[in-house]
Design a protein around this ligand. Structure first.
Ligand SMILES: *[C@@H]1O[C@H](CO)[C@@H](O)[C@H](O)[C@H]1NC(C)=O
Ligand SMILES: *[C@@H]1O[C@H](CO)[C@@H](O)[C@H](O)[C@H]1NC(C)=O
Ligand SMILES: *[C@@H]1O[C@H](CO)[C@@H](O)[C@H](O)[C@H]1NC(C)=O
Ligand SMILES: *[C@@H]1O[C@H](CO)[C@@H](O)[C@H](O)[C@H]1NC(C)=O
Ligand SMILES: *[C@@H]1O[C@H](CO)[C@@H](O)[C@H](O)[C@H]1NC(C)=O
Ligand SMILES: *[C@@H]1O[C@H](CO)[C@@H](O)[C@H](O)[C@H]1NC(C)=O
Ligand SMILES: *[C@@H]1O[C@H](CO)[C@@H](O)[C@H](O)[C@H]1NC(C)=O
Length: 314
């Protein structure tokens, strides 16, 4: 009985919207989920997104189907049209591994000045976009509140943090640039900016509308997963300071903590190293509907203490 009631409810709603919207593409088509999503997407644009509510800037989580799952990649059939999503998943994981490694490697006061600085992060984010002309249109690295130790900001003393820092790159349409005489987008122009700079840009704040990626991992308020295994990875590197010659002929192992690596049996999706956001409107930046793959970076926090404190995803 209840099932019938629900069906009727949907039917009535559909008719009502159908009258308002002139139905689907053809008059005999029902107003369906596609039209619903399409209308939602059309109501938001670069000019009006500032005044929209948070709910209006996201689409339903099931809008994009068959999102890649880290520990099911080998035992599920993935459609060929998921290739770009799987690549996106791996790129997020790749960057998370790299930053976890390099930030933990550069962990003493001598290496403070050779840590990735703002320019490095800007270029790295731009490279993610430029290296993937057909798959990825944006890349960013966000530090949680008071987690970035700037080695590039001379007025901030050693061992002090910046409140927020979020270098974000997105593909820019350069068809109007002066040197682009063909007047066609070249897919070679990228805009990069610090998302945390300026008033009203506190991306950790619950009122900030463009950060569905934030709540996937932070804030870490609950302790129920604190016994989650800390995943240690070990890589061997042969260092060289002269062309064609290694300092040591043996691999020098350096262990580091990185994103989690759950077994195929793990069902709890909080254990996954990469999560996907709902589609959201990237207001004021790329001004497009986007889906983000998000992966956590593990770092010493606080740094430069005589005790090893790790800060990881929840
Ligand atoms: C992806 O491919 C599957 C199988 O061919 C198809 O059912 C599905 O509609 C496709 N999805 C999209 C978004 O094109
Ligand atoms: C820095 O990391 C290395 C391993 O990567 C470790 O041996 C060393 O103790 C760490 N130093 C500090 C100051 O934490
Ligand atoms: C990336 O941006 C280009 C140019 O704006 C667009 O043609 C393409 O569809 C976008 N790709 C994705 C995966 O969003
Ligand atoms: C950002 O918002 C968070 C959460 O409300 C708050 O704790 C933090 O102090 C704010 N940071 C800045 C720089 O305003
Ligand atoms: C390379 O490293 C080795 C071992 O640390 C050192 O003896 C040598 O002087 C270095 N060579 C150069 C060119 O810096
Ligand atoms: C850096 O700050 C942390 C946290 O305040 C402190 O524990 C540590 O001793 C400081 N390290 C140095 C080298 O000043
Ligand atoms: C850490 O330990 C070293 C060597 O034991 C000591 O010289 C230094 O003062 C200590 N630093 C802090 C911040 O306690």
């Amino acid at each position: 009985m209840r099932y019938v009631g629900v069906l009727m409810g949907v039917g009535i709603l559909a008719c009502w919207l159908g009258v308002l919207e002139g139905q689907g593409k053809f008059s005999w088509m029902w107003y369906d989920h596609f039209d619903e999503i399409d209308d939602h997407m059309r109501t938001v644009n670069a000019d009006n997104c500032q005044s929209k509510s948070r709910e209006e800037l996201v689409l339903r989580a099931d809008t994009v189907s068959q999102l890649p799952v880290y520990n099911q990649q080998l035992d599920r059939i993935w459609y060929p049209n998921r290739t770009a999503l799987i690549h996106l998943h791996h790129m997020a994981l790749n960057r998370a591994f790299f930053y976890s490694y390099i930030l933990q490697k550069m962990n003493d006061s001598q290496s403070f000045y050779i840590q990735p600085n703002w320019l490095y992060m800007y270029m790295s984010a731009a490279a993610d976009v430029n290296a993937n002309p057909y798959g990825i249109n944006g890349s960013a690295f966000y530090f949680d509140k008071d987690c970035h130790y700037p080695n590039w900001y001379e007025t901030v003393p050693f061992n002090n943090t910046l409140p927020l820092f979020g270098p974000k790159a997105w593909r820019h349409d350069d068809y109007q640039d002066q040197d682009n005489y063909l007047r066609e987008p070249t897919r070679q122009a990228v805009m990069v900016a610090d998302l945390g700079a300026g008033r009203g840009m506190n991306y950790t704040h619950s009122q900030f509308k463009m950060n569905p990626w934030y709540t996937k991992w932070l804030p870490d308020l609950r302790g129920d997963l604190d016994s989650l295994m800390k995943f240690t990875y070990n890589i061997g590197i042969k260092y060289s300071n002269v062309t064609g010659k290694f300092i040591n002929d043996d691999f020098v192992a350096s262990p580091f903590f990185g994103p989690s690596s759950p077994s195929a049996l793990t069902k709890d999706e909080r254990m996954l190293p990469v999560m996907f956001t709902q589609p959201y409107f990237d207001c004021g930046r790329s001004n497009k509907w986007i889906v983000s793959a998000v992966s956590p970076v593990v770092d010493y926090m606080p740094r430069y203490s005589n005790w090893t404190h790790l800060r990881r995803q929840r």
